[in-house]
Write a protein that binds this ligand. Structure first.
Ligand SMILES: [Zn+2]
Length: 325
C-alpha cells in the first residue's frame, strides 16, 4: 500500500519537473522570437561548449590555449547576453527552470534525505485515504482536554473518569511512540460519548504524521465497502476498490463503533477474516465499540472473541457522556 502511495508521489514529482522544463522551453521560444540575437548567442555558446568537451577529449596540439580561448569567448557572450536582458528588464529567472520547491528542485530529496515538501505530500496523501480528512485538525493529542472529564470517583470504578482518561492518554501516546516495535492491537470499549473516537483520531493523526498508512472506518461503513466489493463487483467504484484493499493492507486499521453494523453470519465471517489476516501479516488494528465485553461475546463468534482477547490490549472507557455535560 505504502509503495503504491510512494509511486504516485514519485510520478507527481516527475510531472512537476517535466512541466517546469516545458515552461522554460516556452519562455525561451518566446524570448528568441522577441530577441533573435539571444538565440544566436545561445547557439554559439552551445557550440563552444561542445568544442571545449571535444578538445578535452582529443587533446590536440596547443589544446590548453584553444580551450582557454573558448572559455573567454563563452564568458564574453554570457556577459553580452546578460546586458541585453538587463536593458530589456527581463529577469534572470526567465531563462531558468522554476521549481515549486527550491530546496529539492522537485526531486523530493535533499542529500539523500526526504525533503520537507515530500513529507508534506505523503502526509496529505495519507490524510486523503484515511477517511478522516479535516477532522484531525480539531481532534489530536494537542487538543486532548482532560478538564472535560469528571474528576469525582465514578460508581464502582477505582478512579474518576478524568484519572482513567489520563491513563488512556498515556497508553495512546505509548502506542504511537512504539508503533513499529510492538505488535499490539487495541480494543476500546465503553458507552457512547466517552472519548473513544476522539482517542482513535489522536492516534491516527500522530501516526500519519510519521508517514504510517492509517484507515479509519466505522464498522457500518466497512461492511458496506466489503459487500460492495463482494456482491457488486462489476459496478464497484475505484474508491471502493481502494478502500477494500486498505482494510487489509493499511498499517493501522481503526474499526470504530463495532456493533453498529447489521450483525449476521456474513459480517461475522468477514470480521474474523480481517482480524485474522491482519494479525498474520503483522498489521495492527484498533477496534472501538460501545458494547460491553459480555455483549460482544454474545454477538460475535468464539474465534473472533478469542483472537481479540488473546492479542488485544483492553482499554476501558467509563463515566458520563461528555457531550451532555
Ligand atoms: Zn522539496
Amino acid at each position: 500500500m505504502r509503495q503504491e502511495i510512494i509511486n504516485d508521489i514519485k510520478k507527481e514529482y516527475q510531472k512537476k519537473r517535466l512541466r517546469s522544463k516545458a515552461e522554460l522551453q516556452m519562455r525561451r521560444t518566446e524570448l528568441y522570437e522577441m530577441l533573435p540575437e539571444i538565440k544566436t548567442i545561445d547557439n554559439t555558446i552551445s557550440k563552444l561548449s561542445l568544442e571545449v568537451s571535444r578538445l578535452a577529449f582529443t587533446r590536440p596540439a596547443n589544446f590548453e590555449k584553444k580551450m582557454e580561448d573558448c572559455r573567454v569567448t563563452i564568458n564574453e557572450l554570457r556577459e553580452e547576453k546578460k546586458s541585453i536582458l538587463e536593458k530589456r528588464k527581463i529577469p534572470d529567472i526567465y531563462l531558468k527552470e522554476v521549481h515549486s520547491c527550491s530546496k529539492c528542485s522537485d526531486t523530493g530529496y535533499v542529500d539523500g534525505k526526504m525533503c520537507s515538501c515530500y513529507k508534506q505530500l505523503l502526509i496529505n496523501e495519507l490524510y486523503n485515504i484515511s477517511g478522516l480528512g479535516q477532522l484531525l485538525e480539531k481532534e489530536n493529542f494537542d487538543t486532548f482536554d482532560l478538564s472535560k472529564f469528571d474528576d469525582a470517583k465514578y460508581g464502582n470504578e477505582k478512579m474518576s473518569q478524568r484519572e482513567n482518561m489520563k491513563q488512556v492518554f498515556r497508553a495512546a501516546l505509548h502506542y504511537t511512540d512504539n508503533f513499529h516495535k510492538s505488535n499490539k492491537n487495541l480494543l476500546f470499549y465503553g458507552g457512547t460519548g466517552l472519548g473513544k473516537t476522539f482517542t482513535c483520531n489522536c492516534i491516527a493523526k500522530e501516526l500519519m504524521g510519521k508517514g504510517i498508512v492509517v484507515l479509519y472506518q466505522t464498522a457500518f461503513r466497512m461492511f458496506e465497502t466489503i459487500s460492495e466489493h463482494k456482491f457488486n463487483r462489476s459496478a464497484e467504484s475505484y474508491e471502493n476498490k481502494d478502500n477494500y484493499s486498505m482494510i487489509y493492507n493499511a498499517d493501522l486499521l481503526i474499526i470504530d463503533d463495532l456493533g453498529s453494523e447489521s450483525i449476521n453470519s456474513f459480517t461475522n465471517t468477514e470480521l474474523f477474516n480481517i482480524l485474522n489476516s491482519r494479525m498474520i501479516n503483522n498489521k495492527k488494528t484498533i477496534v472501538s465499540t460501545n458494547l460491553s465485553l459480555e455483549k460482544m461475546s454474545e454477538i460475535y463468534s468464539d474465534r473472533i472473541i478469542s483472537r481479540i482477547m488473546s492479542t488485544y490490549g483492553m482499554i476501558k472507557f467509563f463515566g458520563k457522556d461528555i457531550r451532555t455535560r
